[in-house]
Design a protein around this ligand. Sequence first.
Ligand code: TRP
Length: 362
Amino acid sequence: MGKIILTGDRPTGRLHVGHYVGSLRRRVELQNTGDFEKVFIMIADAQALTDNADNPEKVRQNVVEVALDYLSVGLDPAKSTLFVQSQIPELTELTFYYMNLVTVSRLQRNPTVKSEIAMRNFETSIPVGFFCYPISQAADITAFDATTVPVGEDQEPMIEQTREIVRKFNSVYGDTLVEPEILLPDNAACLRLPGTDGKAKMSKSLGNCIYLSDDEDTVWQKIRNMFTDPNHLRVSDPGKVEGNPVFLYLDAFSRPEHFAEYLPDYASLDELKDHYRRGGLGDVKVKKFLNAVLQETLAPIRARRAQYEKDIPYVYEVLKKGSETAEEQAANTLARVKRAMKINYFEDAALIAEQAEFYKTK
Ligand code: TRP
């Protein structure tokens, strides 16, 4: 059987450049390699609701934002199935059966769940649905027989939990589910792009994101105000490259040909870094270079977005068609799961005959 991709995002905000280098860019490449039999990209609205119970309108509004971001980075509905999680009821049903294969203490130990609980100040009032979302994520992945899950580093514990559920299911009910593999960005800088303020992660609530949909001027303003090395006060001062977001962004975005085009005094990023470390290179010059590189990356994305924004009914049509295709696949898997669990009573002629016989001879 061929390789199958499933991945997705929660629609709680527009997607940013951290999503782009962490996962979106890779998805488009993978979609275009032709190495994958199927590519499923899911807008995880049901998962977003697990910690947004009081804010369903935010989730609802962001479904189309994420869809626009997907289409504008180059995910192509002719090659990838783009769909909406809540429209696939089979996922909920699978989740319900998988719940029996996971313990409460295992969920409590899931590092992503742990840190999210701390971040949201849930303390003792953790919504049950939120607590169980790693199980629903296992349903998302296995419903499509996904072999490959391209995601950011923060999702590693989720994929590990999925693999455990698959192994448990297969050991109890026989070989039924496919054990997926995580596919992380190969460039370390892309694993975790910091916020423009230097904080570890881009997050909407911290206001430190550069969005794919930001206009040219907004992007430059955000870069201009970016945190750098606080001890690099004068141009002549030696500067620190490690942990400096401007250089971390260049690690993630710049390519050798960008130097010839925008900063011909330097042959490579290493040369630029060396100069910064020695002193004599100002932040503004580096920021201008980063701006040129980022604008080059974002311009085609922005242009495509503007086109799709003019045809929102088309965007919904893409999601509807994708959801139909996705449901067909999930229904096949669910039928297979129920057969394995032997809860397919009405299809099981042997069971009916055997019991009929039993009662006849009783
Ligand atoms: N948890 C992912 C996120 O927060 C979204 C997601 C839901 C997902 N189900 C998935 C990702 C299945 C990969 C596979 O971004």
